[in-house]
Design a protein around this ligand. Structure first.
Ligand code: SF4
Length: 465
């Protein structure tokens, strides 16, 4: 190319990603037949949102009516009966972010709903699932073995200095790919859920007691489920008790509801209570933060930004996002960067992690291969500030979160990656091999070359995998 004679505009190659500010939009819920008369006041009410969650096909029909073809409802019904690991639970706020631009009733609307990134993981249908390998042969209900690592019921002690406290097993919304499908939500025809036993107050006290006598733990992820489903006084008293334990320096409250039901976090009682907790945390030099779970830019609406701002105003140190990489939802550099910039620029939410979808049953159509995750990590580098560039991580069974470029070995033909670790989990204190072992993780089989796919077919035929 003759650079001396070409105009500048012809010489400049476009950047792979072009940054632009995105104006947040609260889609008008009145475009949906079932909510045509819902007022702004009702929409902003957490009670109204909870009372009008969509839990079954009949309720979905009431909202969408004839916008959608019968074939879609039948597809959804088949999934609920034969595949779903999570029951249906969609707050109006989340359903309203699907097909935001609208479409003509019938085929066009149905196609737009099928293609919608939020629909793909919140309302899975049977035709989404793979026929060849719907589940990986090594998929497991509790794929991260969290219950195996419970120090006391609901308290997973996997890392040396931090624990996960599962205070409850429900959420205001149920995600199709939920990694805690073993425990969280109602049983489905496919999955009889594990149940927490005993009184919640006794379980929570046992957790606090463990933390008081385990001074090496400094960091508690308070989760579930979703803490938004805990009555506020109970959550406040648990967090206040944590703040009274000298060794606890970091507390993170896990709530997808900040996005799925922001109305919850905007209630007066919750804002006042969070202000009290944040004030005590500051006095004691403890970092109190909120971690949420947003997977698509379309989910970031003005109400979500308002809820995040309310929590920052209350005094929490940060609101951070932990998304999940899902095929068809956010598996492109553009999709991830659009989401990260919407969170950071428009809602003051810090992009923190993107997890690879875990190896639970029925998740193969959502999961990405490690090499795909590495490409996405590479693709998003350099656009966001370093402090807001999320790490793409693989949560490796019996290991924990590893940055996807930390892989220690990788058989690309069979799709088996190998990982190492530098600490013992709570169940390996006497295992001499724990730090020398290489721990496997598996790519979806359909992403493998033909020789790899044949190998897995042969394994399935001859060996019980
Ligand atoms: S909000 Fe989190 S815990 Fe609840 S269903 Fe979704 S992924 Fe699972």
């Amino acid at each position: 190319m003759d650079t001396k004679t070409s105009p500048a505009s012809e010489q400049a190659a476009p950047q792979p990603y072009r940054y632009r500010r995105r104006t947040l939009i609260e889609p008008d819920w009145r475009r949906l037949p079932g909510w045509a008369d819902v007022t702004e006041e009702e929409w902003r009410s957490a009670q109204w949102q909870r009372a009008h969650c969509v839990k079954n096909l009949a309720q979905l029909r009431t909202v969408l009516g004839d916008l959608v073809d019968e074939a879609f409802y039948a597809d959804l019904e088949r999934d609920q009966a034969a595949h779903a690991t999570m029951s249906m639970l969609l707050p109006p706020q989340m359903l309203n972010t699907m097909v935001q631009e609208g479409a003509a009733p019938g085929r066009a609307y149905t196609d737009a709903l099928y293609d919608d990134p939020i629909r793909r993981y919140m309302l899975p249908v049977a035709s989404d699932r793979r026929d060849d390998w719907p589940s990986h042969p090594y998929a497991q209900r509790d794929s991260l073995h969290e219950a195996e690592m419970w120090a006391v019921q609901g308290l997973t002690h996997r890392y040396p200095t931090k624990v996960l406290a599962e205070l409850l097993s429900t959420c205001p919304q149920y995600c199709g790919h939920c990694t805690r499908m073993d425990l969280v939500g109602n049983s489905t025809p496919q999955v009889d859920k594990l149940r927490l036993t005993g009184k919640p107050a006794d379980r929570h006290e046992a957790m606090l007691d463990y933390l008081r006598r385990t001074p090496e733990v400094r960091d508690v992820v308070v989760s579930g489920g979703d803490v938004a489903n805990l009555p506020w006084p109970r959550l406040e008293s648990f967090v206040a008790a944590l703040l009274g334990i000298e060794n606890i320096r970091d507390i993170r409250l896990a709530t997808k509801a900040l996005m799925g039901l922001p109305q919850h976090w905007l209630q007066d009682e919750v804002r006042a209570g969070m202000t009290r907790l944040a004030h005590t945390a500051r006095e004691r030099g403890v970092q109190l933060a909120i971690h949420t779970h947003v997977n698509a830019a379309a989910s970031v609406t003005p109400l979500v930004a308002e809820a995040a701002a309310a929590m920052l105003d209350a005094g929490v140190r940060d609101v951070r996002n932990q998304g999940v990489l899902l095929r068809g939802v956010n598996d492109s550099v553009e999709g991830l960067l659009d989401l990260c910039f919407s969170l950071l620029d428009e809602a003051q939410i810090l992009p923190y992690y993107f997890y690879m979808c875990d190896m639970i049953p029925g998740s193969e159509h959502w999961r990405l291969a490690v090499w795909e995750a590495q490409e996405l990590q590479h693709g998003i580098m350099g656009y966001l500030p370093g402090f807001a560039t999320p790490r793409v991580v693989c949560d490796v069974p019996y290991v924990g979160k590893r940055w996807v470029h930390q892989v220690a070995g990788y058989d690309r033909v069979r799709g088996i990656s190998y990982w190492t670790k530098n600490y013992r989990t709570g169940i390996e204190t006497s295992d001499p091999e724990a730090l020398r072992r290489r721990y496997p993780y598996h790519d979806p089989i359909y992403t493998l070359p033909e020789t790899g796919r044949s190998w897995w077919h042969e394994q399935a035929r001859t060996v019980a995998v």
